[in-house]
Design a protein around this ligand. Structure first.
Ligand code: CMC
Length: 418
């Protein structure tokens, strides 16, 4: 028997269906609430709203659990590659050996970006932020693939567009980095795997195995995170039947903000500010606690995780390993660890359940790998792209897909006259 909830709104009593998720999450389906009672719901920041039904990613923020298609993130980091996780997100299962080889071959074929995209990248000032250029290049791809603009893609188009997006974003990201340095694009080396090829296209040198493996794990850790700001943006834009290039470009823009993916750049800048201020944490902790001061401890806190962020745990472990393997001594890592332990023992952070998130330590690894600070959020986008595409595909294919169009509670003037 299906469950329901009774809601009493003054005189009106309504029975609302309860939906249960496979991991035990429960929701009250309010989709008929307004039609039957005249009420709408109000949920600032949508923190209590299930905006879709999804089979892709599960998070238990209280227990610190993250799973993609049922697989624990730790297991995926340990035993799979970024491309396998990408395939898993898009196809709802891990690839066979042959399917993985086929995906790799398709991506290699799609690693050369159209000349027009390279010219567009070159038209930006060298100092321009890479995220703006990557977003522009992404939406500009729509002009080069007119046969892929209708979101009701055939099966053949679905298997064309996924490797195309992965191959092109890899090359666009590397080209944007090189443009900032004043260098020309390097063509992909088809003998290399995805992550090594990206590093090769950035630096012109084949990366060592530890470097490539660390970046691959970082990409896995960023691959999807259910209905976060950028994935929701991709879904919202896609819900109007805008094409995938436009939807992903919008996701890149949403990710850029410092409260979302841009936090990884902001963390390193904060650590540098602490260092140049003499290395004391107290001043920055006090600023973060001061409600009159807009400053926040970057890389701390999360809408969903009220315990540790499992991604941050994996990354912190990798920081130790990679810095040791590359023989890098980075004072930023010590500052980050000191800041973390000071914050965690402070009542303000404990009471609000604020823990380090994925962005807190990732920049230390990017830096050790030689990736400049203004490229950190591009790394996040490169990792998150398969998740965005999977979310978009799920939305497009879902039964009864509708344009996203929330309501509001108008609080402005009434009855003004000229
Ligand atoms: N420093 C200081 N105080 C904080 C912080 C922080 N980093 N994060 C939250 N708070 C406080 C906030 O002021 C509020 O206090 P009070 O209850 O007294 O008003 C309380 O904690 C709850 O915060 P909130 O803003 O209501 O929480 P939210 O769920 O709306 O925001 C967040 C989540 C991630 C935007 C926020 O924690 C934040 O701004 N963190 C810093 C930026 C950051 O690291 N972002 C990366 C997020 S993880 C990766 C990703 O999504 O890209």
């Amino acid at each position: 028997m299906s469950k329901s909830a009774k809601l009493e709104l003054g005189e009106v009593v309504i029975e609302l269906p309860i939906i249960e998720g496979t991991e035990g999450e429960r929701a009250v389906d309010i989709s008929k609430l307004r039609a039957e009672t005249g009420f709408i719901t109000y949920d600032n920041g949508l923190g209590n709203t299930g905006a879709c039904l999804s089979n892709i990613t599960f998070i238990d923020g209280e227990k610190g659990i993250l799973k993609h298609r049922g697989y624990d993130i730790e297991d995926l980091c340990e035993n799979s590659s970024f491309l396998e996780v990408s395939y898993l997100l898009y196809n709802n299962r891990l690839p066979s050996k042959d399917e993985l080889a086929q995906l790799k071959a398709q991506i290699k074929e799609k690693s050369t970006i159209p000349d027009g995209i390279n010219s567009l990248i070159k038209s930006f000032p060298k100092e321009a932020h890479p995220m703006g250029i990557v977003s522009a290049a992404m939406v500009a791809l729509s002009g080069h693939y007119p046969h892929l603009l209708d979101p009701d893609l055939s099966d053949e188009q679905k298997s064309e567009i996924f490797p195309l997006m992965l191959g092109h974003l890899k090359s666009i990201s590397a080209a944007v980095y090189r443009h900032g340095k004043g260098f020309d694009l390097i063509q992909s080396d088809s003998s290399l795997d995805y992550t090594s090829d990206f590093l090769y296209m950035m630096n012109g040198e084949k990366p060592n195995e530890d470097v490539a493996k660390s970046l691959d794990v970082l990409l896995i850790l960023h691959a999807d995170h259910e209905q976060n700001c950028s994935a929701s943006t991709v879904r919202v834009v896609g819900s109007s039947k805008a094409n995938l290039f436009a939807s992903i470009s919008s996701g890149i823009d949403a990710l850029w903000g410092p409260l979302h993916g841009g936090a990884n750049q902001a963390v390193l800048e904060m650590l540098e500010a602490i260092q140049s201020d003499g290395g004391g944490y107290e001043k920055f902790i006090s600023k973060a606690k001061d409600k009159e001061d807009p400053f926040r401890l970057m890389g701390f806190g999360h809408r969903v995780y009220k315990n540790f962020d499992p991604r941050a745990k994996v990354i912190k472990g990798y920081c130790d390993t990679i810095l040791e393997k590359l023989n890098v001594q980075d004072p930023m890592f010590d500052i980050a660890k000191g800041l973390e332990s000071t914050a965690l023992s402070d009542e303000y952070f404990a009471k609000r359940k604020l823990f380090p998130n994925v962005d807190f330590y990732s920049g230390i690894i990017y830096k050790a790998l030689g990736i400049p600070t203004n490229m950190f959020t591009v790394m996040f986008a490169l990792g998150r792209q398969p998740g965005w595409i999977a979310q978009w595909k799920e939305m497009i294919e879902s039964d009864g897909a509708r344009i996203t169009r929330p309501r509001q509670i108008y609080q402005g003037k009434t009855d003004e006259k000229l």
